[in-house]
Design a protein around this ligand. Structure first.
Ligand SMILES: Cc1ncc(C[n+]2csc(CCOP(=O)(O)OP(=O)(O)O)c2C)c(N)n1
Length: 641
């Protein structure tokens, strides 16, 4: 079903076309753009509330700035749908996030208008500053560099590192703070309170409004503008002594707050700011889900990425199943953590801004003083957990595998070198699906495996996840314990199994076999079960082992395997380089076994977005891929039998 754009939007295939509109038409264009997003996302799914919140800002930016020469750097990028639609991707917008379709995030390979690839948060200021410094170096003082960053993303340390540098760079960078008081969940921390404070302070805003009135005239003064502004600013600064502005303190000129939904006002403000050199920040107040009542007035977390919905009733479409379904791994984590914490008062929970995504919200509601959302701050989450562990608490620090990449040094320096028993639960490990390469949890086995004092395990089902979590909260020597599990559902509708200890570094044999042994780690082992069933019908009978631990490996089991089988296949939903299969190969080499080993997993290239199963198939470790690997390895076996 192709969705027709409104009549103004239909004519816009690039920002050039947008600039041909009269400013009086922009309100209508915003309306059409908003409806195009609503119509498409309701049918095809995707991120939602954030893009609706920046419709006016997006139109105003492309109307005023000379993109793609002027560079728009979107932070996180989940709010850039309007930008994509206005920059030549309207006709492929219905393929958003689909296999081989348009990416859900800005991507340099996809368009020259996507100045910087993104998906992880808080990168925009540093990237835009790099671009601004480069143009200065090249002698171009006309090019504009604009970072658009949300109040959630602003909680990330990297954003502060960028501002700290920007403030002394004398570069031509404009930071637009898109403040909607929301991260995915409600934003947290002292910065949020500060932003609310400067947004609502009457004295502050009166003075700022006066500046704006003056600025409206100043821009016509041309070259003298700078001098006049600094005079105005100095007088204002003294007025504001009692309430100094954090951004001004960092040497960024602060403008705003402005209504981010008044497109005409935004146009004139941006037009003025274009002529003001140096680092500056414009504080825009917006509403997530603006213009679509269920999202604007309903649960904003749900409408961050609601899936498909009925746009008339606002009802989110849920698949209806006859039989009870297995839960999502994240929910097993959330409920099990509370169950364990009820019995063990040392347990605490930590999430960097993903309470609903990780289901840490279950503990946050049940035990608010023992579970912490620390903002988009993975590095802090890890070191904060380390601090808790020094005092004998048992932190369960839950971070998506992909976001844990941010905190590698903290894991090494603050946890493992100091022998601290922190538990890491890595959600979304393996292919993340439609979010694509920025979000695939591809590397955690490899980057965790090389750190001493680290235990790494992965459950094949819900019961194993519970057992591993139970095991990880028992007293142990000072080692960190990583449990990785994928996005989505497990396999056990009846999942509230009694919990028991699993001896660290032990796997389990799923089935004996002949000729070939399949060694799997984690949930992907269920594909091997399916593959074995299929192979049995074809007269092949591989053995299957759920190894459960990547580190320490079950060496006893591996000795048995390599003594018995000369053909081994390893399967992992993770990168091949340095991953689980590599660990098995290292064992084989060190123990001087000789076997033919085929490793299945994520190859050494960037794998794009798509459904998880589509990506597993592309990389040949779906059930069919495992079948094919066994058949290829056992060629001749059937005819010889
Ligand atoms: C490093 C990192 N951690 C977590 C996330 C997950 N995440 C995606 S969007 C988002 C909230 C961003 O909030 P904000 O910047 O205010 O944008 P809004 O959605 O409110 O427009 C989070 C936490 C991420 N993308 N990157």
């Amino acid at each position: 079903m192709l969705i027709e754009p409104g009549k103004l939007l239909a004519k816009i295939n690039s920002p050039e076309d947008l600039k041909k509109l009269d400013q009086t038409q922009l309100v209508q264009l915003c309306d059409e753009l908003r409806h195009f997003i609503i119509d498409n996302v309701s049918v095809y799914g995707g991120h939602f509330g954030a893009s609706l919140g920046v419709v006016e800002l997006t139109v105003a930016l492309h109307y005023i700035f000379n993109t793609p020469k002027d560079q728009l750097v979107w932070d996180v990028g989940h709010q850039a749908y309007g930008h994509k639609i206005l920059t030549g991707r309207k006709d492929v917008f219905h393929t958003n996030r689909m296999y081989k379709g348009m990416s859900g995030f800005p991507k340099r390979k996809e368009s020259e208008y996507d100045a910087f690839g993104v998906g992880h948060s808080s990168t925009s200021i540093s990237a835009a500053l790099g671009m601004a410094v480069a143009s200065k170096y090249k002698g171009d003082d006309q090019q504009q560099h604009i970072a658009i960053i949300g109040d959630g993303a602003m909680t990330g340390g990297l954003a502060f590192e960028g501002m700290n540098h920007a403030g002394v760079s004398n570069s031509n960078i404009l930071i637009i703070l898109n403040d909607n008081c929301m991260s995915i969940d409600p934003n947290v921390g002292a910065l949020k309170d500060y932003l609310t404070d400067i947004t609502t302070s009457h004295t502050y805003n009166k003075v700022k409004d006066d500046v704006w009135n003056i600025l409206g005239k100043i821009s016509k003064f041309g070259p003298n503008a700078r001098e006049v502004i600094s005079k105005v600013e100095n007088s204002i600064k003294s007025l504001l002594l009692s309430q100094s502005n954090m951004f001004e303190s960092l040497n960024l000129r602060y403008f705003g707050p402005v209504d981010g939904h008044d497109v005409n006002h935004l146009v004139s403000v941006l037009d003025d700011l274009k002529d003001i050199k140096g680092p500056k920040i414009l504080h825009c107040i917006t509403t997530k889900g603006k213009g679509y009542a269920p999202a604007e007035n309903g649960n904003k977390t749900t409408w961050h990425a609601p899936g498909k919905f009925d746009k008339v009733s606002g009802e989110i479409r849920k698949k209806v199943h006859e039989a009870p379904q297995p839960p999502k791994y994240q929910d097993v984590f959330g409920h099990t953590l509370v169950e364990l914490a009820e019995k063990n008062d040392k347990i605490t929970g930590i999430t960097p801004a993903m309470p609903s995504g990780s289901s840490m919200n279950i503990m946050m509601e049940a035990m608010p003083d023992r579970a912490f959302d620390v903002g988009i701050a993975e590095q802090h989450a890890v070191t904060f957990s380390a601090g808790l562990a020094t005092q004998g608490l048992i932190p369960f620090c839950n971070i998506y595998s992909t976001f844990m990449q941010r905190a590698f040094d903290q894991v090494v320096h603050d946890v493992c070198i100091q022998d601290l028993p922190v538990n890491f639960c890595l959600d979304r490990a393996g292919f993340a699906g439609a979010d694509g390469p920025t979000h695939h949890g591809a590397y955690d086995i490899a980057y965790m495996r090389c750190i001493p004092n680290m235990i790494i395990a992965s459950p094949m089902n819900e019961a194993e996840l519970r057992d591993l979590m139970y095991t990880s909260q028992l007293p142990r020597e000072g080692k960190a314990f990583t449990i990785r599990y994928p996005r989505g559902q497990g396999v056990m509708p009846e999942w509230r199994t009694p919990m028991k200890e699993i001896a660290i570094g032990t796997g389990r044999k799923i089935k004996d076999g002949e000729d070939v042994a399949i060694l799997t780690i984690g949930h992907i082992g269920n594909y091997a079960v399916e593959a074995c069933e299929q192979l049995e019908k074809e007269g092949l009978n591989p053995a299957h082992y759920d190894m459960r631990f990547v580190k320490p490996l079950d060496e006893k089991m591996l000795h048995d395997i390599f003594s018995k089988y000369k053909k081994v296949i390893t399967v992992e939903d993770g990168c091949l380089m340095g991953g689980f299969g590599s660990a098995v190969l290292e064992f084989m080499a060190e123990q001087a076994y000789a076997a033919q080993v085929k490793r299945l997993g994520i190859p050494d290239r960037i794998v794009e977005h798509g459904e998880q199963i589509e990506l597993h198939a592309e990389c040949n470790f779906d059930p069919q891929g495992i079948v094919a690997a066994v058949v290829a390895m056992t060629e001749g076996v059937l005819t010889n039998k």
